[in-house]
Design a protein around this ligand. Structure first.
Ligand code: NAP
Length: 257
């Protein structure tokens, strides 16, 4: 009787069963999850901040919670003998990205940054680009009074003083802390569709959309264009991407083997 060899454990090469090294992915995005599933030949650890109570989990090992600043992250990189650090966090998660740059330098390992591209205005769009959430709040109520606020539950404080506006804030988890007086919360997690976004905006008689320039699905922007609604768009903090797609990043990793 012949026994077939056991399948290679995740993150190992078919030929040897031995991983080429260990990769730490700083995650919390769709792209990070896709990358963890697509990366072969490495042992993969994904790190999540722990902001949502039931996160969608990627393939491979997952750790949850902050590291304790750049120093804590450096310690983790050394302890777990990480060979490559990949920052695949959200374009607006500026603190962890800054920590990643410092920690990779301190540990002497390569840092790759995966950032999906920002959005591009199309004919029919009425976008008002602003540098931050405070400037987005300052654009109201001139831009509109019935506001679809999709900037995440942690940014509600910037809009808390706007008593003359009504807000529909969409977030995965219920918001905490200061928030506008006239506020309804829509608990929901993407992906969102054009039809769904049109329904939400029509049902709530939305007349302005506030969003970060997160990139990815354009459903809410397409809905705003269809309805002739202006968009107050918060620009990204500066940062340099190694790759803008999972495929591109996989190619860069090949060069590091
Ligand atoms: P942030 O301001 O850059 O990070 C704040 C702190 O949270 C960091 O200093 C770090 O704590 C911890 N942290 C963040 N990301 C982490 C990760 N992947 N693994 C372990 N610790 C992490 O980030 P944020 O804007 O609060 O976002 C938190 C997470 O949510 C990110 O992973 C991001 O990808 C995801 N996310 C953010 C947004 C957004 O709009 N900001 C939207 C969707 C998803 P220590 O200093 O203690 O290590």
């Amino acid at each position: 009787m012949t026994a077939s060899p056991p399948p290679s454990p995740p993150g190992t090469t078919e030929e040897s069963g031995t991983p080429d090294g260990t990769v730490l992915i700083l995650g919390g995005t769709t792209e990070a999850r896709a990358l963890a599933g697509a990366l072969t030949g490495f042992a993969v650890i994904t790190s999540l901040a722990g902001r949502t109570s039931s996160p969608l989990l990627p393939a491979g090992e997952v750790r949850i919670g902050g590291f304790g600043g750049a120093e804590g992250l450096t310690g983790f990189l050394r302890e777990r003998r990480i060979d490559i650090l990949i920052d695949a966090t959200h374009p607006f998660a500026a603190r962890i990205s800054a920590n990643a740059a410092v920690a990779a330098g301190a540990a002497g390992i390569p840092l790759l940054v995966l950032r999906r591209p920002g959005w591009t205005e199309r004919p029919g769009d009425d976008w008002r680009r602003v540098p931050d959430l405070d400037a987005a709040a300052a654009a109201l109520p001139e831009a509109g009074r019935r506001v679809f606020l999709t900037t995440g539950r942690q940014g509600l404080a910037a809009f808390a003083h706007l008593d003359e506006c009504w807000f529909l804030a969409r977030s995965v988890e219920p918001p905490a802390g200061p928030r506008p007086r006239n506020l309804d919360v829509l608990l929901d997690r993407g992906p969102f569709t054009l039809d769904g976004e049109l329904r939400v905006m029509r049902d709530h008689r939305i007349d302005v959309l506030v969003s970060k320039d997160s990139g990815g699905s354009t459903a809410k922007l397409d809905a705003a264009r269809t309805l002739g609604i202006p968009v107050v768009l918060v620009e990204r903090p500066p940062g340099t991407a190694t790759a803008t797609t999972v495929e591109e990043l996989l190619k860069v990793i090949e060069t590091l083997r």
